[in-house]
Ligand binder design. Structure first.
Ligand code: B12
Ligand code: SF4
Length: 557
């Protein structure tokens, strides 16, 4: 069986500015296919190599794959669909398989738009891909497919079929990623000018933020054994010469015992590699005493989900944090020699020039090393969409990329939100360039900060940063939405009435509840946080926060 895996050629101008990043799904899904005996796998990174469609067509034609696998996050979906269309045009007998976050929830819409996609794999791909591949190899997939868990496809009558959800992978130590499928010289992290990897230590998140899709995607929080994980890091360092890694995880540190063991394992093996994580502010506060130890283990860049400048929005997001906690977490990280990054979610319907200014003032007050202003993106399968859906007129998913204002605020234009955010970036990084980074005492941190600045500067000049190409020299902005995918409120209502089936499968085929099951949240926190189970009082406080959020939401809408 000739298998080809393709990373579709989509670019957004956000995190990509820091370099080229290896697509982890290729190593994880490809690794499990190899373990199952499929060793004729070719990976084509059309994104990193910026491969245009005609060149991709030639590549596929030359390789004559039997099966092609592609991935898709939401903004990449049209590119992924088109990629698989090319495959089918070249040879209708080639099997096309699509996986990733967006297809997991949006399979009906995708199969309706792109009937050339033979199979959609919903959720974690490692086990499902092997089951499906075995059946394709045996030539019995048309018959077996109803029994293979975690699939969606069109049946002979063109109806969408979604099979029962595949159980989550109970033991993540069964993962056998194969990083040798990637062309390593391509994956350079600009701030350090070294190879970068994005390995996966833990999957899922026990929290339930209302704008977020990731806790739903992975369903249950699980972490690998630190030894198994550090074996992988050792391979990445020794075989592929990586000089930096960022965990792919949503929430790597909630299971404190495992996180400490992971750090110890890195220290014991003397790998001496700096690394980064995205994590929750509350974990940093909880681990105040352990931060020097984490730093000793190489943890350096910590990106915090701070999200909002107003408590009302934090409550509305069900973030379960406070503004004061955000500020203190930044201080703790900096005091411990780490590089602190914060994130703001911008462009909700209640955004005003004043609230944009407020985020700038907070960033200046907290003094993080790095700030990102991300546009709110209404994933159609996240809880907040359920409330905002009727005002989400822009359904052009290619712009669901954190750098495009999707929601029309009540009292300002989308373009002005973008202008405000760009102004914040300009002011903040101007300050960093002249009054902060050059004076950082720690030489390692100073070099890293100056490297980040280089990444910003290079991509500002090439207009890749925040998709600056859409801003004309005179300040005019063309957001570039595909007008055929911008709906009026009436059209949204009609679509809902006529094709209710096209909406997201928000319950994951019944595998996750529609509302929030606080008992389940409590259980997952208890299982993983070990030393910090939620108290009855905290549960009650969270429920109150949630109610406050709902009120804020109806007040804002
Ligand atoms: C690393 C990362 C990146 C890297 C991408 C590296 C790369 N080359 O792919 C960088 C930094 C470049 C990046 C950029 C962006 N990212 Co990003 N990124 C992540 C992050 C942190 C980890 C992703 C990861 O590697 N996970 C681990 C792997 C193993 O999981 P996975 O990819 O989901 O794959 C599993 C399954 O989905 C499935 N699967 C996936 N594909 C396929 C295909 C087949 C055929 C099969 C069978 C199975 C399968 O099997 C895999 C194993 O179980 C996630 C957040 C998170 N913690 O998950 C965000 C995330 C994926 N990014 C996101 C976004 C929006 C973006 C940007 C648009 C943001 C921006 N403006 O910068 C850009 C888009 C860039 C682009 N060109 O596409 C969103 C997507 C949300 C959504 N609903 O689609 C996420 C979830 C973050 C979030 N806050 O919501 N990102
Ligand atoms: S803590 Fe982060 S990953 Fe978890 S639900 Fe909230 S935003 Fe999503």
């Amino acid at each position: 069986m000739r298998i080809m895996m393709i990373q579709p050629n989509y670019h957004a101008g956000g995190a990509e500015i820091a370099g080229n990043w290896p697509p982890s799904w290729v190593a994880y899904v490809g690794g499990s296919l190899k373990e199952a005996g499929y060793d004729n796998i070719r990976f084509v990174d059309a994104m990193t190599n910026d491969i245009p469609d005609d060149a991709l067509r030639t590549l596929i034609q030359r390789n004559k794959p039997d099966v092609v696998l592609a991935t898709a996050i939401t903004p990449m979906i049209y590119k992924a669909q088109h990629t698989l269309k090319i495959v089918k045009e070249l040879n209708p007998n080639t099997h096309t398989i699509l996986g990733g976050v967006h297809p997991t929830f949006m399979y009906t819409e995708i199969l309706n738009e792109a009937p050339w996609v033979d199979y959609i794999v919903r959720g974690e791909g490692e086990e499902i891909a092997v089951n499906l591949m075995r059946s394709i190899e045996a030539g019995s997939d048309k018959k077996d497919r109803y029994e293979i868990k975690g699939l969606a496809f069109l049946d002979e009558n063109g109806r969408t079929v979604a099979t029962e959800a595949h159980p989550v992978i109970a033991n993540l130590d069964t993962l056998m990623p194969d990083w040798s499928l990637l062309e390593w010289d391509k994956y350079i992290y600009v701030p350090m000018n070294v190879r970068v990897a994005v390995p996966n230590f833990a999957r899922g998140c026990p929290f339930t933020c209302r704008f977020c899709s990731q806790w739903k995607f992975w369903r249950k929080y699980r972490a690998r054994s630190p030894k198994h994980f550090v074996d992988e890091i050792e391979t990445l360092v020794k075989d592929h010469n990586i000089g930096f890694f960022i965990l792919a995880d949503e929430e790597p540190s909630i299971n404190k015992k495992k996180f400490i063991a992971l750090c110890q394992e890195l220290i014991d093996r003397k790998l001496n590699i700096p690394w980064g994580i995205n994590t929750r502010v509350t974990d940093i506060l909880r681990d105040e005493k352990e931060l020097p130890f984490y730093r000793k283990a190489g943890l350096f860049h910590v990106s915090l989900g701070t999200e909002a400048a107003a408590q009302m929005n934090l409550n509305r997001f069900r973030k379960q944090t406070t503004i004061e906690q955000n500020k203190y977490a930044v201080k703790l990280l900096k005091d411990n020699g780490m590089f602190a990054e914060v994130q703001f979610i911008m462009g909700l319907e209640n955004e005003t020039p004043e609230t944009i200014e407020e985020t700038y003032n907070l960033a200046m007050d907290w003094k993080p090393d790095m700030t990102n202003w991300n546009m709110y993106t209404p994933w159609p399968f996240a809880e907040l969409f359920e409330e905002l859906g009727d005002r989400v007129e822009v359904r052009d998913y290619s712009k669901y990329n954190f750098v495009s204002p999707i929601i029309q605020p009540d009292s300002m234009d989308r373009e002005d939100v973008l202008r405000g955010v760009l102004k914040n970036y300009a002011r903040f990084y101007m300050h960093k360039s002249f009054l902060d980074y050059p004076f950082v005492r720690d030489p390692f941190k100073r070099k890293y900060a100056m490297g980040c600045l280089r990444a910003f500067a290079q991509t500002t000049v090439t207009k890749r940063f925040y998709d600056l190409g859409r801003v004309s020299p005179t300040g005019e902005i063309d957001l570039g939405f595909d007008e055929s995918r911008v709906l009026t409120r009436n059209q949204i209502a009609d679509l809902k009435a006529v094709r209710p089936d096209l909406k997201a499968d928000i319950t994951y085929g019944g595998a996750i509840p529609v509302g929030i099951d606080m008992d389940e949240v409590k259980l997952q926190l208890e299982e993983n946080a070990l030393n910090v189970p939620l108290t009855e009082e905290e549960i009650a406080k969270n429920a109150a926060l949630e109610q406050g959020g709902d009120q804020a939401l109806s007040a804002g809408a």
